[in-house]
Ligand binder design. Structure first.
Ligand code: NAP
Length: 265
């Protein structure tokens, strides 16, 4: 099996990466930075986002494993002291693969169309002031938004930025996208629903922003600024991200442990 490591860059993560390489070599696992089958992220959930975007073009051919060097993550379940056990399992057993939905974002700009993929979410904010945008669902006007921004999350991203905005936590087996508002202004001209909206896999939304606004767009941790956007289409991607599981890592256990702190003995 070929693998690559993406580490957070801090001393502990680098030390663990070096240890992993030594253990893996002894077990016959091959390091391959170009075409890995398994991507090991060592750090936190933010590190896994980086790993995802580094290999997004090969997302259908790879599976991710997360080792955390701090708190239990949503994407990272292996602890630093379990590295040997992980390598042993990778060498000796077949993982089960779980596949989670991704968001596809297509920007229609004066330069043409460009497509982005997000594992957690896409966000849209104004650079200079509030953004003004029409939001269509399935090609029909849904609402007129004015406010700080809009966050469109995947189910796995529902525990991230979306949750801070009061959005619902969605199980990643539900192929969907959630649209949450950031500080919308409501009056007679601009009216929004106020609560977050969950779209199923076969629906899409278009965000049609008022001309000439400078917009900040983020795709997980990556961000760009543009002032030439005509519209933005958000839908559930036809591609999915795969995680390799050598032991169970139930979503609701992660939610409970991360947010409520209860550990079942
Ligand atoms: P960051 O600002 O350094 O870290 C954001 C925090 O979100 C970290 O604690 C990270 O965990 C955690 N996180 C990432 N994905 C998560 C998930 N799916 N479920 C629960 N928690 C998650 O930024 P970053 O490390 O580059 O990560 C980018 C992410 O930050 C974005 O995708 C967005 O979701 C999140 N964010 C949240 C807010 C907010 O809640 N107000 C605002 C902006 C961005 P680790 O410590 O394990 O890395």
């Amino acid at each position: 099996m070929n693998y690559v490591i993406v580490d957070r860059g801090d001393r502990l993560s680098k030390e663990l990466a070096a240890k992993f390489h030594t253990l893996a070599e002894a077990r016959g696992l091959k390091r391959n930075d170009e075409k890995p089958e398994m991507i090991i992220s060592i750090g936190g959930d933010g590190t896994l986002l980086q790993a995802f975007h580094t290999y997004v073009d090969r997302v259908e051919d790879v599976a991710f494993i997360g080792v955390h060097t701090g708190h239990l993550g949503f994407f990272a379940d292996w602890k630093a002291e379990e590295l040997e056990e992980l390598v042993c399992m990778m060498a000796e057993s077949e993982p089960s693969i779980v596949r989670y939905p991704l968001a596809e974002i297509v920007l229609d700009t004066t330069e043409g169309l460009s497509t982005y993929t997000a594992l957690n979410e896409f966000t849209l904010k104004g650079v200079d002031n509030t953004i003004v945008a029409q939001i269509d669902i399935n090609d029909e006007l849904f609402e007129m938004f004015r406010g700080d921004g809009i966050v469109v999350s995947t189910p796995s991203g529902s525990t991230a930025y979306n949750k801070s905005l009061g959005g619902a936590v969605i199980h990643p087996s539900i192929e969907s996208l959630q649209i949450a508002e950031i500080a919308s202004i409501n009056n007679r001209v601009y009216r929004t629903l106020g609560s977050s909206v969950v779209l199923p896999q076969h629906h899409h939304c278009d965000i049609i922003s008022r001309k000439d606004q400078r917009l900040q767009l983020t795709f997980d941790h990556l961000n760009i600024t543009r002032n030439d956007i005509r519209s933005i289409r958000c839908s559930v991607s036809s591609r999915k991200v795969s995680f390799a599981r050598y032991r169970p890592f139930p979503f609701w256990t992660r939610v409970r442990e991360a947010f409520l702190g209860y550990e079942v003995k």
